[in-house]
Design a protein around this ligand. Sequence first.
Ligand SMILES: CC(C)(COP(=O)(O)OP(=O)(O)OC[C@H]1O[C@@H](n2cnc3c(N)ncnc32)[C@H](O)[C@@H]1OP(=O)(O)O)[C@@H](O)C(=O)NCCC(=O)NCCS
Length: 210
Amino acid sequence: MYLSLADRASVTAAANPLAYLDLPIETPRLILRLPSSADLSDLNRMFRHRLTARALGAPLHSTSEMREPALMVARTLREFRSGAHLSLSVLLQENHRCVGRVGLRGLDWTYHKVESLSFWIDPKFWNRGLATEASWFLCHAGFVQLGLRRISSQALDRNEASQTVLRKLGFRKEGRERQAICLRGRCMDMILFGLLPGELRPVGWTTGDR
Ligand SMILES: CC(C)(COP(=O)(O)OP(=O)(O)OC[C@H]1O[C@@H](n2cnc3c(N)ncnc32)[C@H](O)[C@@H]1OP(=O)(O)O)[C@@H](O)C(=O)NCCC(=O)NCCS
């Protein structure tokens, strides 16, 4: 059940449309909630991990916010209150350990679309379906609760895991931004993806309303 145009208009009219979102989002194995200082040591370890840096590229990890996750938590809360971006910590249900982040970056409340679905998982927990699970529930909430009509995402050409997650969710490849990012003298293409509400692929979970 997705929001009608009239429903979308009322979401736009809200002072902060993100207030429509039911948080935390609970999934079979995960809790998605706004970040808190309790996540800092886990986030710090994750950002500094060489595999995360290699997948995303060094420049991202040289910014002051990546060196100091406390700044990132404060910025995330400001962005949430302004309705501009949504970034959530990903916690394991079993022990509430923070194992990643998932977000809808660049929320456009005029056209009800998002510039980028983003996801990071602690390398210790890769290939267990956690990024797919967290992203699926976030996209579902975005379409159903926020009335989004389009979610974009991008992945570096070499980032096969990220592209696999997007394809598993139902994202379609829409293009290639050639030589989009240059790192240490090597330029790479960015692959562009998009997802519309009816395209979110069932992946074995149920939210009770689909
Ligand atoms: C991308 C990332 C979030 C995936 O997290 P994850 O929890 O391991 O993802 P999932 O387990 O849900 O799915 C990963 C899929 O990629 C596949 N995969 C992993 N490495 C791969 C590779 N080198 N080539 C092709 N597929 C690969 C896995 O087999 C799995 O697919 P499957 O379920 O069909 O077997 C994680 O690798 C990460 O945090 N990377 C660094 C940050 C990043 O790149 N974020 C994306 C850009 S915003």
